[in-house]
Design a protein around this ligand. Sequence first.
Ligand code: CAO
Length: 482
Amino acid sequence: MAQTQEVTVPDIGDFDSVDVVEVLVKPGDTVTAEQPLITLESEKAALDVPAPFAGKVVQVLVKVGDKVAQGTAIVTLETDAADGAGPDQAETVTKPEAEPSSEGGHAEKSAGSASADTAEKAETAQPAPPKPAEPGGGESEQAIPAIDQASTLNDTADSSRPNTAESGRAPAPSTGHPEPDRSQAFLPHASPSIRKFARELGVDLTRVTGSGPKLRILREDVAAFVRQQLVEADKGSGIPPIPAVDFSKFGPIERQPLSRVKRRSGPNLHRSWLNIPHVTQFDEADITELESFRKDNLARAEKRGVKLTLIAFLLDACAHALREFPQVNASLDPDGEHLILKRYIHIGVAVETPDGLMVPVVRDVDKKGVFDLAGEVAELAEQTRTRKLKPDRLQGASFSISSLGGIGGTAFTPIINAPEVAILGVSRARMQPVYQEDGSFAPRLMLPLSFSYDHRVIDGAEAARFTRFLSEMLSDIRRLLL
Ligand code: CAO
């Protein structure tokens, strides 16, 4: 049989008059046990008053702006006695001294003026849903949940709060009931809907500054917090941004848009630079013999429609070196505990284009000869510069080469193309007097190598061995072409 009963404000600690800031139900609503009915706001906290049992809202007795205190009736709920949570509990349910259940995030509540009888019964109460009504309507010891302080503590917290013993709080000696943790009153001010919103976004409300009345956290505060976190993540884990400067104060300026390629490659370079502990190993290779071989074969290559430049030999030498040093032809597993060794050798070649730098990939370099490599690089470079390159030709590199030798320079520190773990930079070869074993100096064509590597994966000694090996390959054309 349906019965109606009033739900009142339970013990709310030291507050004798608090504002109703939200009414969460209306007549006709069906509520479940512990569903928040209204939100109260004290000087320090926003608190929910949950339904002590399931039922249908008949009347809402308060409105936003009302002031309430312990014992103020807030709604009337109609329950079906057969549901087991009905008016049979009315007497105790509406009594503020009734003891909370310890389940489902109910706060440990002071028994206040609880009678010895109620306290004793409550002490033995199980952390269980409301008990079925006694046949014949006998008085039940069903306890009323206190204000749901748990949900105001930290919305990312598990709703199943530790019991008193777990939380180490001493029970009140007079009743055996736990003392309320008044520190929980110093919790973020936020309505349930905002707390739900924050919970969905994984936002810890204790980190959000409220901009509403009495520092209440509003929806826009949560949104601003999330935006700020995203901006900081984008800028590299909170690295302070470079302040904007109005350069026009100092002279005439012109503002140009970055090319599409630069806009896209910039964040990738930034990410690699910030994430990878780079070290650059410098070395040089004597390519005197190689250069004469190249020149001797220019005509032969031309007959095949190929311009034989140094890059083809560099690719060939790198393939040999990568086979010898598989850890350089690898990627770090995101778990940080494994190295993924690639059993293929695909090398990206940095190509300068009017739009910016792009890195097409020469696949299976170890399976190709220098003529084929020269032809393929020239074709890829041409397609890249004329924007005819298919997107899949920009993918799958296991190592990269950046050759600035055609332009000049003596050395540079190339940025690793993550998730690769190393890159070879090549500067301009120059004739230099090189000391010979017989004590003389000979003019030799020396090629500067700049090998940047991920120090998490490659040790300095390994890097030095790698560039030595590369240098020997480039210096000994017979070995290279074998
Ligand atoms: N030392 C001396 N001369 C070199 C050389 C070197 N290391 N590398 C190339 N050359 C010579 C070539 O032999 C060629 O000479 P000729 O015109 O007399 O035949 C001339 O310089 C121009 O060569 P190139 O650089 O155009 O051709 P390539 O096949 O060697 O390189 C490519 C192809 C795509 C790598 C190159 O054109 C390119 O775009 N380089 C720029 C890469 C870049 O911007 N890297 C920066 C990345 S930032 O990390």
